[in-house]
Design a protein around this ligand. Structure first.
Ligand code: ADP
Ligand code: MG
Length: 275
């Protein structure tokens, strides 16, 4: 089984408790996070949406152990403090594939870093590529792939070490709409088959409601959760879900929490400079 400790009902996989985080030398001197708390249950797919600069990547960096909070507690799969580093798998905003390595060696890299021998790491990477429809690209270099293919490879590299929690920072932000939709379905399938806990940061409200069990809206400085919304749709979800009234209703709640003016509320017109 890929994620040995992925499912223990009721247990908490990711937790922030009273976290304070400020950046010295930031243009805005107020802390980004001040006493922020949140938790994600094991096996839950949680999305965080919020405007640029609200602190979404900061939250992922805390869970990845790349930064330590000034105050408060960060917990990942029962680990705290310096042990948080690399407890969860992290896919940063830019794919950062190594252009001089083949696809299979890019996917094998985190296994090598975890101490797996080269032949075994490559064998496991190859199996993962085949299982997710990328076997034919194993010997290609990343530059020879389309944007969508690169993102799949970057995701499988994140997925390869089989950690119980995945931190994904706008993984599909740079892709065209059709490719993005295709990759969302692919991600859903991969995550469902593994039973992993996911924390997905996205700008895309449709993506959040389509994929997540729960959507958090982050806003303000210091940032607060303006909404914690349960998304109860059954899985696997199919694209036509996005055309239904219940989907539109949940999407409307997220947009309202983001401060968007919706038709039928607050008078005529869409305001200035929308989009
Ligand atoms: P988001 O991912 O939601 O766009 P970030 O977490 O990247 O937001 O950043 C939140 C705020 O913290 C922003 O105002 C940003 O300018 C500031 N910030 C983030 N990283 C740094 C840094 N290394 N140095 C100074 N300021 C930073
Ligand atoms: Mg960010």
């Amino acid at each position: 089984m890929l994620f040995a400790h992925a499912r223990a009902p009721g247990a908490v996989a990711l937790r922030l408790d009273g976290v304070v985080q400020a950046y010295a030398g930031a243009a805005d001197p107020r802390p980004v996070l001040e006493g922020l708390s949140m938790s994600v249950a094991q096996g839950q797919f949680c999305a965080v949406v919020g405007p640029s600069g609200s602190g979404k990547s900061t939250i992922l960096n805390l869970f990845a152990g790349l930064i330590a909070p000034e105050r408060g507690t960060v917990e990942v799969l029962g680990r705290r403090g310096p042990e948080v580093l690399a407890a969860a798998a992290y896919m940063p905003q830019r794919d950062a594939l190594m252009p001089w390595r083949t696809v299979v060696d890019n996917v094998a890299l985190p296994l090598r870093l975890a101490g797996v021998g080269a032949p075994e790491a490559r064998r496991r990477a190859q199996a993962l590529l085949e299982r997710f429809g990328l076997g034919a690209y194993a010997q290609a270099r990343p530059d020879a792939l389309s944007g969508g293919m690169r993102q799949r490879v970057a995701f499988l590299r994140t997925f390869a070490p089989g950690r119980g929690a995945l931190l994904l920072d706008e993984p599909f932000g740079a892709l065209d709409a059709l490719t993005r939709a295709e990759l969302q379905d692919w991600l859903q399938e991969a995550v469902l088959s593994a039973g992993a806990t996911v924390l997905l940061v996205t700008h895309d409200v449709d993506e959040a409601v389509y994929l997540a069990d729960r959507v958090l809206v982050l806003r303000g400085r210091p940032a607060r959760f303006a909404l914690d919304l349960a998304v109860p749709f059954a899985r696997p979800r199919r694209r036509d879900l996005t055309l239904t009234a219940p989907f539109a209703r949940l999407k409307g709640e997220v947009l309202a929490a983001l401060g968007m003016r919706l038709h039928g509320e607050g008078g005529p017109g869409g305001g200035d400079g929308g989009g």
